[in-house]
Write a protein that binds this ligand. Sequence first.
Ligand code: BUJ
Length: 651
Amino acid sequence: PGPVGRRGYWRTVGLTESIISELDTDHHFVHRSTIPTMHFQDSLPRLPVPKLEDTVKRYLAAQKPLLDDDQYRNTERIAREFEKGVGRKLHRDLVEFDKKNKHTSYISDPWFDMYLCARDPVVLNFNPFISLNPDPKEAYNSQVVRATNLVVSSIKFLNSLNNEFLRPDIYYVNPKWSQSRLFKKFIRLLPTSVSWYGAYMVNAYPLDMSQYKRLFNSSRIPKLNKDELFTNEWGRHLLVMRNGHFYVFDVLDPGGNILHPSEIQAQLIYILQDADRLPEFSLCYLTTEDRNTWAAVRQQLLEAGNEDNLQKIDSAVFCLCLDNISPKNDTELSHCMLHGRGFNRWFDKSFSLIITSDGTAGVNFEHSWGDGVAVLRFVNEVYRNSTRHPAIVPHSSPAALSATKCERLKFKLNDSIQSAINAARMKFEETNEKLSVRMFEFRKFGKEFLVKQKLSPDAVFQLACQMTAYRQFGKIISSYEACSTAAFKHGRTETIRPTSILTKQCSRAFVEERSKHSVAELRSMIDECSKYHRRLQLEAALGKGFDRHLFALKHLSVSRGDPMPELFLDSTYQNLNHIILSTSTLHSPAVHLGGFGPVVPDGFGIGYNVFDTWLGCNTTGYLNRELQEFLRCLEYSLNDILDVLEGRPLV
Ligand code: BUJ
């Protein structure tokens, strides 16, 4: 491999632009963008380090609804002392450090550390899933046809990325520009040092694309105390899992050509037949272990002579899991995509494409390398490409198996490794047993109705969750909504704190003071909450939250071995970061479901979406009864909101 890596691979192996354009784009790429994939990277704006005063102000505003007056006064005092004292110095050093590291963002390294130093298992605690809608053409949903088509589209995505043909992610305020050829040609001509400004002139915001380099050929490697991310962009093989067995075969030739779809199909059929029973010990369970335990066992695996196999797993383009299960409903589907039965997953892989026996597809991804925006883009493109330009049709014949070699990986397992696998399996099964997944649908209104009411659909859903928690727990509880900061170079996420004095007042009115307020008063409270939430959302997307800033200050303090500032030891700080309601949303015509586990033992993981005419969420939690109660109260809250919006008093 040369220093340029696989990016621009075709050029490095001697294929010129003109030759590439003679090739049938459809067979190799998902599309060919006029604007190169990384065109904006050099000129992306930098994630701002917020002013310390603003951070403290926002922090206190988020704390206020959670505390009584005495507690608040104490928290306020600690925060003000931090602002004037140790926090000020830390902030100054952070700003200084940031100025010297213009190639990245202030949050990038601390955030990688947050993920990679965490010792909890990645499964349930970190890896989310996104499942795809079925192929609209019924017959294309058989397991082998869907898997072949999705694998081919995924490899086309990879080729597009490596050759800079993948359209850069751009958030268009006015989507008409996304269709304008003139705009794209103009932007393409701009030097990369100023290209971002060209887009900005028409209110279009290019997003950071740096995470995509770890989408393929990547794996998280367990290490003592801090894991590492591994990428080998020269890997050309796919990892396929079936019944706990590992298979690899090349899906790309050295020239970057995708293996003929009929050959991929033939390999998958072969694997389905070959892996007819479960192995006595499936290594997969080890990736469900806590990270230090797994790191130690991995060392044993290496010493027992399994280095080549582990290398093949880690460098594979991605992991395809051909599951031997047909989920009967969305709850079973969620369980399958979120954790499965443990023996047919490699949770450390950057992502695994899971296809069940009935052809349902989903992606489970490791979170440290990247966020929802990159994975959703991948899901959208492969869904679109595989349904519009399927590589094979239901009656396609597979190739005769000969040319391509499919290898089943055989591992050398000694007694100690075998008992580690057994222990991991027992722990994994025990934890899964406790996890409840519950679907919730509310069909009485959705985005269209709320927009007509001049309300933010997201704000209304979040407000309903606040009212729900207030009804259920009798108080405001710590809540989190994920927000992308990909508009900035090496941006990750910021936290929106959906709790405020306004949502507290409104929740109290709806729960405890139902007859005290007129409909007009209640309506105006909802309006205020919506406005405030919109503001928080915008601020977070612009990097003007408080969570990441405080996190980076704490990280700096810890990394220097300073005594821990009082602010971070304050029990109210810890309470604010004990997230009971962890929420995330995404919208896409390609997506059927999504979800993730709770982030604390007594919390809920809430993946939600407000659709045009209804809304729904997919919830997880270890406290089954509480989770059920939460959804019962959520329905109640949404009905209340509807009553008020339609002018009916609360009864
Ligand atoms: O906040 C972060 O830094 C990253 C977050 C972490 N956390 C999940 C804990 C909030 N990660 C993400 O937000 C990525 C989540 C990806 C899955 C999102 C699921 C959304 C579900 C949509 C559809 C649900 C529809 C249900 C209908 C019944």
